[in-house]
Design a protein around this ligand. Structure first.
Ligand SMILES: *Cc1c(COP(=O)(O)O)cnc(C)c1O
Length: 384
């Protein structure tokens, strides 16, 4: 078994070998520019791009023509939020989001505040979920856009996008959803969901880094201002030569995710629960976020153990995401927004299992964590 054991699949996932295989020819013999309409090199690339667009659209049950390629979810969030806010400026300049969103949403909102927009940052409930009545109450006549993520990247909770979207529709407010963490783990049906814009990325779903997409609803049509000018690619919404190999990688990754989802999600849940059951009885181990309305592969725990402030920095044989009250990064803005004392006072770690983890790895990692906690409690731990 290889250490550190990789349990940080919400930060990024390894490339599925089948994805790599599919990508390689597009870096070598099929090097054409998909925008070259005068020869076969271009036509071949364009066909691959459109086939991948179909694969991505199918995973979220959207029309192929609603998918715009970007460099990842960060860019998709920027394009969706700046694009929609600027295009709707004549109708109002109030935007709504949640304190537990990804920084790619929060920093974009902050930039818009500097441009004269007003933003409401709603606090979630203690379980990480948005209170629908609080959301409804925050809507104003000049609200043009709301942005709420589908799955939280730190605590894995799943927001009720259908209900939030329905409120937006009622009030004529555009609705953007960051779904970077959801693909392959939560069924997404954009033919039914009242969602106007949705951010997607490949590398959290066993695809390559540096490629993503923005779903932009065409019916009824959502107007967004282009943020990357130059040539009018992608319905005029995002210029730049398409990265055929990356796009083929994302299409393949999403196609595989769709095929595997029904069997993979229960497997992830089994591994996650295996880890949780191995440590849940340890005094001072507390779960953050709702356990039920949560994706299958996420565990986020706080370690509320006296005199063990640097415990998480010693976990060198498991690759997990951690925040420590005394680390330079400080306490996570998500846990802070939940308002839980243990979460903000102590150390917390996010354990996210993935397609390539084994039961053996889970058992080893859980035992390792237990041992470290015991050592720390007994005063036998030295910081790494
Ligand atoms: C990873 C992530 C992003 C950023 O995606 P990139 O493709 O890495 O730019 C945005 N939102 C959420 C929720 C994420 O988990």
């Amino acid at each position: 078994m290889k250490t550190p054991v990789y349990l940080d699949n919400s930060a990024t996932t390894p490339l599925d070998p089948r994805v790599l295989e599919a990508m390689l020819p597009w870096l070598t013999e099929h090097f054409g520019n998909a925008a070259s309409s005068t020869h076969a090199y271009g036509h071949t690339a364009a066909r691959a791009v459109e086939a991948a667009r179909e694969d991505v659209a199918r995973l979220v049950n959207a029309d192929r023509r609603d998918i715009v390629w970007t460099s990842g979810a960060t860019e998709s969030n920027n394009l969706a939020i700046k694009g929609a806010a600027l295009a709707a400026q004549a109708r109002g300049n109030h935007l709504i989001t949640v304190q537990t969103e990804h920084k790619a949403v929060l920093d974009t909102m902050q930039w818009l505040e500097q441009q004269g927009f007003t933003v409401t940052y709603l606090a979630p409930q203690k379980n990480g979920l948005l209170d629908l009545e609080a959301f409804r109450a925050a809507l104003r006549p000049d609200t043009t856009l709301a942005s709420v993520m589908l799955v939280n990247n730190e605590i894995g909770v799943i927001q009720d996008i259908a209900a939030i979207g329905a409120i937006c529709r009622e009030r004529g407010v555009l609705f953007h959803v960051d779904a970077a963490q959801a693909t392959g783990k939560v069924a997404i049906d954009l033919a039914q969901l009242p969602v106007d814009l949705m951010s997607l990325t490949a590398h959290k779903t066993y695809g390559p880094k540096g490629i993503g997409a923005l779903y932009v609803r065409r019916a009824p049509q959502v107007r967004i201002e282009c943020q990357m000018h130059g040539g009018g690619h992608e319905r005029g919404l995002r210029s730049g030569t398409l990265a055929t190999h990356q796009i083929v990688g994302m299409g393949t990754a999403f196609r595989i995710a769709g095929e595997l989802m029904a069997t993979e999600v229960p497997q992830l849940r089994e591994l996650r629960d295996r880890f949780w059951n191995a440590i849940r009885d340890v005094p001072g181990v507390l779960l953050n976020g709702d356990l039920e309305q949560r994706i299958a592969n996420n565990l986020n725990i706080s370690l509320d153990i006296p005199n063990c402030d640097s415990l998480v920095t010693t976990l060198t044989d498991i690759a997990v995401s951690s925040t420590s009250a005394c680390s330079t990064g400080g306490v996570s803005h998500v846990l802070q927004a939940l308002g839980s004392d243990a979460a903000t006072a102590g150390n917390s770690i996010r354990i996210t299992v993935g397609r390539f983890n084994t039961a053996e790895e889970i058992d080893w990692a859980a035992a390792y964590l237990r041992q470290k906690i015991d050592d720390c409690r007994a005063g036998r731990l030295r910081a790494a």
